[in-house]
Design a protein around this ligand. Structure first.
Ligand SMILES: [Zn+2]
Length: 198
C-alpha cells in the first residue's frame, strides 16, 4: 500500500470520530506519523483495551470490566436507592458531584418517538425487574432536562409508582434543554439533593 493510501485510511478513520473535523484529523494523523512507534502503539492498545475489556454491568448497565460494575459491587453504597440515567456518561457526571451514594440504572437512551425509540428499546423491563428483586425504596429519575428526558421521566413515574416505590425527579435549576454531563457539579449536586417527589 502506498504511503498516501495508508495515510488516507487513518484520516478517514479519525474523521469518523465525534468532534474531529478534517483539520483536526490531519493534525492528529501527522502527529502520529512523527511520533515514535511506542506512542502510536500505546494509543492503539488503549483503544483495543476498552473495546475488549469494557462491557455493560449485568445489573445496572453502567460500564464494567467484571460481571458487575464498581458501583454495584461497592458495599458502602446505599442499596435502597436507584438513580435512573440515560447513558453511562451521566453516571460519571453524578458521581463527580459527590452528592449521591445510591445505585444506578442506565436505560441506554431515552424515549424519542422521532428516533423510533420507545420504552421497549430501553432497559426499563430490567429496571422493573430490579424493583422486584432488590429492596429499593426510591427511584430518582435523572434523565436530561429536555423533551425526551421529561417524556421518559413521566413514563417511568407512571410505571413505577403503582409498584409502591417512591419516585423523584431532579430539582429544577438545571439548564433546560441541556445535558447532565455538561452541568457544573455544584448545580447538579444541588438538583440531586433538592429532588422533588413525583
Ligand atoms: Zn452496575
Amino acid at each position: 500500500m502506498s504511503a498516501d493510501r495508508s495515510l488516507q485510511i487513518l484520516l478517514d478513520e479519525l474523521g469518523r470520530l465525534p468532534g474531529i473535523g478534517p483539520k483536526s484529523a490531519q493534525r492528529i494523523a501527522y502527529h502520529l506519523l512523527e511520533a515514535d512507534a511506542e506512542e502510536a502503539r500505546r494509543l492503539a492498545h488503549a483503544i483495543l483495551q476498552v473495546k475488549e475489556q469494557v462491557h455493560f454491568c449485568s445489573r445496572c448497565f453502567n460500564y464494567a470490566t467484571a460481571d458487575e460494575c464498581d458501583i454495584c459491587t461497592d458495599s458502602t453504597r446505599d442499596t435502597t436507592r436507584i438513580c435512573v440515567v440515560g447513558e453511562p456518561r451521566d453516571v460519571s457526571a453524578i458521581e463527580r458531584t459527590g452528592s449521591y451514594h445510591g445505585l444506578y440504572h442506565v436505560l441506554g437512551g431515552v424515549i424519542s418517538p422521532m428516533d423510533k425509540i420507545g420504552p421497549d428499546q430501553l432497559r426499563i423491563r430490567e429496571l422493573i425487574g430490579r424493583l422486584g428483586a432488590e429492596d429499593i425504596q426510591e427511584v430518582i429519575i435523572a434523565t436530561n432536562p429536555n423533551i425526551e428526558g421529561e417524556t421518559t421521566a413521566s413514563y417511568l413515574a407512571r410505571t413505577i409508582k403503582p409498584l409502591g416505590v417512591a419516585v423523584s425527579r431532579l430539582a429544577s435549576g438545571l439548564p433546560v434543554g441541556g445535558d447532565l454531563e455538561y452541568a457544573d457539579e455544584l448545580t447538579l449536586g444541588r438538583a440531586i439533593e433538592a429532588r422533588r417527589t413525583l
